[in-house]
Design a protein around this ligand. Structure first.
Ligand code: ADQ
Length: 486
């Protein structure tokens, strides 16, 4: 049977932990920043679609509303559900486990129960709001049980799931007390998408080991083709496609912002405010222990300590967005980063001239792009990252075809951005060498590498990412579907 296209006859319904809106100061709603929202909202509008998610405010019982032609259906979370489902199971159990267990996960039955309850609430809402034959697209690790729950309630729906973070290997995933339940939840989808092939392969192997595939004795499953989904036959007789769908950004938006006069002026102001140093190293991250902020600061410190770098010539800016501040691992990480900032400046700053400028706050997109333009070397060094959009944003902003990207091999973006200076952030010597290599790189090599990076980023933006996922999910190319993707 050929599936029907994503048209107003087959509307698209998205589910994500958060609705694509924020409350403005006057209590009205405005679209949240971010490429995902910008890519999906026009598709939903064109398809007469809806979005199910949490408003971000605990105990908010906001009624469904329409924004820009898209129906938004708020899911309410109680304070204890926020603690157990969101900060607990999602961010203190799954998040560290899925990121190479770089921190210990807590596995608590009470948190799992809340995760199940909130997933059920999302599934019930989706089942209620999705019109007959709808295409339902579920996002991320907070909602992994939703696909199977929706399938039971609404067998007529076509269900896709995309995981924004890495999917771990069996050795780590097996620690999860509810490992079978999670895989069964995901196998309720028609298509499960991952950032990297490795995630898809890990998933297939785990499903097989847990006896959830039709042939438990088949050899190792490899998902060989990056652009071709692989079909898994489940033990329950269904067929589930899996594949790699590396997410991207709104390339045009960053490129256009970078051309704006006020942004370029702000960038020049940043450099002059720093005392016009020869080299500006830059880091921009959520303050998350997966992002390798400490590793890059320690490498910078060691290069200053041994005199390889001169604090009069070279400064670092680190912008860290506050995130998950109630979770202990995040509090520890913040303390460690701020201790390092103090140590580095204590040893190497001069009066009125810090060598490391640290901002613990969120910035406007304009200010962010101004920083991308002010940096000579962008340090993106996560210990593990699903994709990492900062790396792509930096490249899209560099219309001057200049600047060097140092990129962790452990970020999904490393699969596409192969002309970056790739580095293993667990290797102190390699980190030091990568920073020195980036600083000393001659102009010809810098522009050659940046031109190649810009080609790679230009080849796929967030719209084509969403279109490819939906095409593989429904079997229909977007241009045939009549959707408005403008
Ligand atoms: P994140 O872990 O949040 O996303 P990332 O992909 O780097 O990580 O995206 C961060 C976003 O926040 C970027 O768009 C960046 O511009 C913005 N940002 C960072 N610091 C900021 C600041 N101080 N002020 C304002 N904005 C700031 C998860 C996964 C990633 C995956 C994305 C998308 O962990 O691996 O790339 O989802 O799938």
């Amino acid at each position: 049977m050929t599936p029907a296209p994503v048209t107003p006859q087959r509307p698209l319904v998205v589910a994500a932990n958060r609705l694509p809106v924020m409350r403005a100061a006057d209590d009205s709603w405005t679209p949240s920043p971010g490429g995902l929202v910008r890519a999906l909202l026009p598709m939903l509008r064109g398809a007469g679609g809806a979005w199910v998610g949490w408003t971000g405010v605990v105990d908010d019982d906001a009624a469904p509303f329409t924004l820009d032609g898209v129906e938004l259906h708020p899911i309410s979370l109680s304070p204890s559900e926020y603690d157990d489902y969101y900060e607990g199971f999602s961010n203190d159990s799954l998040w560290p486990l899925y990121h190479d267990a770089v921190r210990e996960s807590s596995f608590k039955t009470q948190q799992w129960d809340a995760y199940v309850a909130v997933n059920e609430r999302f599934a019930a809402s989706l089942a209620e709001v999705a019109p007959p034959g709808a295409v339902i697209w579920v996002h991320d690790y907070q909602l992994q049980l939703v696909p199977q729950m929706v399938r039971e309630l609404r067998p007529d729906a076509t269900i896709g799931f995309f995981l924004h973070i890495p999917f771990p290997p069996w050795e780590l995933f097996a620690r999860l007390p509810w490992r079978s339940e999670i895989i069964e939840g995901l196998l309720g989808a028609d298509l499960v998408g991952f950032q990297r092939l490795m995630g898809a392969e890990n998933f297939a192997l785990i499903a097989q080991r847990l006896g959830l595939l039709a042939d438990p004795t088949a050899g190792e499953i490899t998902v060989a083709e990056p652009n071709q989904p692989t079909v898994l036959a489940t033990a329950t007789g269904r067929h589930v496609k899996i594949g790699a769908y590396p997410i991207s950004i709104d390339v045009e938006e960053f490129s256009e912002l970078a051309a704006e006069r006020n942004v370029r002026r702000a960038s020049a102001t940043v450099r002059s405010g720093l005392g016009n140093p020869e080299v500006v190293l830059l880091g921009v991250d959520r303050l998350d222990y997966t992002k390798g902020i400490g590793a890059r600061m320690r490498a910078f410190l060691s290069l200053l300590d041994d005199g390889t770098l001169d604090a009069e010539r070279c400064v670092m800016i680190q912008v860290a967005t506050p995130t998950r501040e109630a979770v202990e691992h995040y509090q520890d990480e913040r303390h460690e980063i701020e201790r390092l900032v103090g140590e580095i400046n204590g040893l190497h700053a001069r009066i009125g001239q810090p060598v490391l400028h640290y901002l613990y706050r969120s910035l406007s997109l304009e200010d962010l792009v101004a920083l991308y333009l002010a940096g000579d070397v962008m340090l993106v060094t996560p210990l593990r990252d699903g994709m990492n959009l900062v790396a792509k944003e930096f490249v899209a902003s560099r219309r001057d075809v200049n600047g060097v990207l140092v990129l962790s091999e452990f970020a999904g973006a490393a699969d596409q951005l192969t002309d970056a200076v790739l580095v293993n952030p667990h290797d102190d010597d390699a980190m030091r060498a990568a920073i020195v290599h980036a600083i000393e790189m001659n102009h010809t090599e810098r522009t050659r590498r940046m031109a190649a990076l810009r080609d790679a980023v230009a080849r796929s933006d967030v719209r084509s990412w969403a279109e490819r996922f939906l095409e593989d999910l429904t079997g229909i190319a977007p241009q045939q579907s009549g959707r408005d993707v403008s």
